[in-house]
Write a protein that binds this ligand. Sequence first.
Ligand code: ADP
Length: 746
Amino acid sequence: MRIGIITSGGDSPGMNATIRAVTRCALDRGIEVVGIHEGWQGVVDGGDRFEPFNWRSVGGILQLGGTIIGTARSDAFRKLEGRRQAARNLVNAGIDGLVVVGGDGSLTGALLLYQEWPEHLKALAEAGAIPAEKAENPVPFRIAGLPGSIDNDQFGTDMSIGADTALNTIVEAVDRLKSTADSHQRTFVVEVMGRRCGYLALMGAVATGADWVLIPEEEMDARWHFRMVEALKRGRAAGRRHDVIIFAEGARHSDGLSIKAETITEILKNRLGVEARVTVLGHVQRGGSPTPFDRSLSSRLGEAAVEHIAGPDPTPVMVGLIHNQPHATPLTEVVAKSQAVNTEIEQGNFEHALELRGRSFLDSLELFKTLARSEPKQELACCGRIALLTGGPDAPGMNAILRTALRIARNEGQDVIGVRYGFGGLARGDIWDIGWMEVQNWINLGGSELGALRHELTDDEIPLIAQQIRQWDIRGFIAVGGLTTYKQVEKLVAAREKYDELRIPMICVPATIDDNLPGTEICIGADTALNNIVDAVDKIKYTAGAAHRAFIVEVMGRRCGYLALASGIASGAEMELLPEDNATLETLLRDTETLREGFRNGKKLGIIIMAENAFPCYDTQLVRRVMDAEANGAFEVRECILGHLQRGGVPTAFDRIQGSRLGARAAQQIMADIAAGRADANVIGVLERGVVVTSFAEAMAQMDWVNERPKEQAFLQWRGLADTLARPGPARGEFRPDRSLKTCQV
Ligand code: ADP
């Protein structure tokens, strides 16, 4: 079998990672790969636009933005003759299927080519342009689309390739604007991309704590600007020092005319007397190195696309990510439903357009509107207090959880207090009566503004906590943190028999860079840590010089290999040493031999990501010395222990957004528990089906307590992919059994 790969339409960061994964996964299965330059135009042109790829053709490209095979808009391909010419080139190059990475338009083109295929073959055979037998019993042309677009506007995937990078670029830019806006008490208007889709604008607004957002999916009736001006006025009156308005390039008035930055600045000038500054982020949103999320998303979807093309089902599909799993949706459905939203917006059916974007988009819009208020909707009611605390150690994104939980609860009239320095602070009564405006700028701060401290509660402290609960009339608490936090909650639950005060609802929100908690697949903070690690590894790679050198990069994670495996995939490491592997001296010698083989075959640089507890008894220095000695001069070994820098820095867009979602859900759950008189203990986490509440007892039962990690760890399924992508070359003669994706009718 021989397949082609094209990148088409607007480029997006992560396309190169897709090209690499598709090429290597296909070669690994014995499928030949042709890289076709310049998108659909290259397919129409043929000739030297078709480049046979080998394993090395896609080396060193994982971290590059853009696409090494180029992309283009092709008018020729929009016409029947152009597509016929493309079919001719594909048949004559012996290509049986295409992986098409692109947006809506590119995939619409792919579907047309598939549908017209038998007709093209017949016409081409009749004209003598292809051998007659090709048209006799035509085999369907195989198509696997991949969602390559920063806009995140495609049906059939929760995230498209490049959206996370674009979102992080927006977040970084707005963070910078906010610091200058704050100094001068300025108003900034920021235009972001997204064509007809408000995803980047809305999520950018949630992640930066913006004050107003304008998106194409929401109807701008005749009074929208009055509401905006009123909200900004109230914000200033409440003590806000700056305003940030984010608007999507596709936002429009109810009559369909685009809303321009000048429209907004003019309104602000006339109605508020404010000189607003405009920043159009433009193409910087498309550029730059892809985030680790985009790199691993591309790699996982690339592998799944090859599996589909090599599998028995000829249905053309788009492989997207749904509930954190690769998922194939028929292209007909993807194209129809993606276009449906655009049509609804065009025709002014905003309510339906919003509905088509899905539940999570709607929830995010609601969430944003509450978070952006300058004061709570309701007066304080007399219903005791909810306490918020962060158990140690701190993790980036904790502040997003706290800020959101506080505003969601306070908005409903529920009083909220903060506890400083975790459970120790609770026992001491170190309490902070936090106000609505005090959390205004918490969203982009690393660590925890409440102070997170690892603290094991002693028997003497439990009655002190009971006393504080009584004194402050605490009706429930939300504890944000890692395993130590969970364990303290367990102690308090166990002490309920003795202390009636402890019969209140308690909620754990998982926040630790180690990603080792039950009741969730994602812990807040892990994405930021992953970004820190991959950023460091990208830099380390440039220090190798001309020497044959291997770097052992030690990463955190306690006994959980998530950070090691995920950063290995995202940085293109040669190998990952995980605590789950039960590595021994023998396996280390084997790994050294594998590396030696790689260096003998031309490798110049090797990255080994080693989890801090990969070996029960050997530390990184010892592993380095063993490898160095056993390398026998084939390569030298350096070590790099990343340490606490992994935990630092501002949280990524993902940690802020997921943190906000979990914080909101925690507040809603605890208010419902209080109202119903329940004293449940729960964990709020992100599982396949979204934000989920799991009973605390059930979550604790999911733990492997010997290793202090969940018994089931979803990320371990990426192991095979990491190994395939890191191989020195195709495993000749080795064919894997088909694991074709099921196409699903959603
Ligand atoms: P994107 O894929 O990012 O949505 P475009 O809409 O510009 O970008 O589409 C990229 C290319 O896909 C177009 O230049 C064209 O060659 C092809 N294409 C788009 N729409 C169609 C269509 N309706 N029929 C055939 N080809 C199309």
